[in-house]
Design a protein around this ligand. Structure first.
Ligand SMILES: Cc1cc2nc3c(=O)[nH]c(=O)nc-3n(C[C@H](O)[C@H](O)[C@H](O)COP(=O)(O)O)c2cc1C
Length: 161
């Protein structure tokens, strides 16, 4: 089973999560971990399991990520299993009522990415999820890489049995 972990990252946190997921899946699956800007969406041809990760930036996935997801043909989505994650700031750490309210309204990006892929025909294996960074630039909160590894392994488990 061929897996591709695609991520975008400004400060390296989403990249760290993507690498942790890649390492967790390696051995079980044939895995490649790539930055979204290094690949053309056509590269997903023949991929059975796609993991997509983006930092949350102004309540959206990065433009590179959105363009990549849009660029995948529906016929490719149709035979792909997918999961989606984002990295995000924990609202407990944000001392702004306005920002807190905006986050509650506009949310994060893992879920919309997952929904978008599902709408285009992919099989979304588990609920999309977010991993927390400290401040804007990180590092990741303690335990997040381990949580990511577990989440991805559990997602694919059922498909392998
Ligand atoms: C311009 C900008 C906008 C951001 N917007 C959000 C946001 O809407 N919600 C959120 O939770 N975090 C937001 N963040 C924090 C990012 O999610 C955080 O920088 C990112 O998860 C770090 O991942 P990276 O190191 O892979 O870039 C923003 C950060 C920047 C610099």
């Amino acid at each position: 089973m061929k897996a591709l972990v695609i991520y975008d990252s400004y400060f390296g946190n989403t990249e760290e999560v993507a690498i942790a997921i890649g390492n967790a899946l390696r051995g079980v699956l044939d895995v490649e971990v790539r930055r979204v800007t290094d690949l053309d969406p056509k590269h997903v041809k023949g991929i059975d399991f796609l993991v997509i990760g983006s930092p949350t930036r102004a309540f959206h996935a990065t433009k590179n990520t959105r363009n990549f997801l849009k660029g995948i043909a529906k016929k490719e989505y149709a035979h792909m299993k997918v999961i989606a994650f984002d990295t995000r700031i924990s609202m407990e750490d944000v001392d702004s009522k306005i920002l807190n309210r905006m986050v509650k309204t506009f949310g994060y990006v893992a879920e919309p990415m997952g929904m978008m892929m599902e709408k285009r025909g992919a099989k979304l294996l588990v609920n999309p999820i977010g991993f927390y960074v400290i401040d804007t630039e990180g590092p990741l909160k303690e335990g997040e890489k381990e949580r990511a590894a577990l989440w991805a392994k559990e997602a694919i488990q059922e498909e392998l049995t």
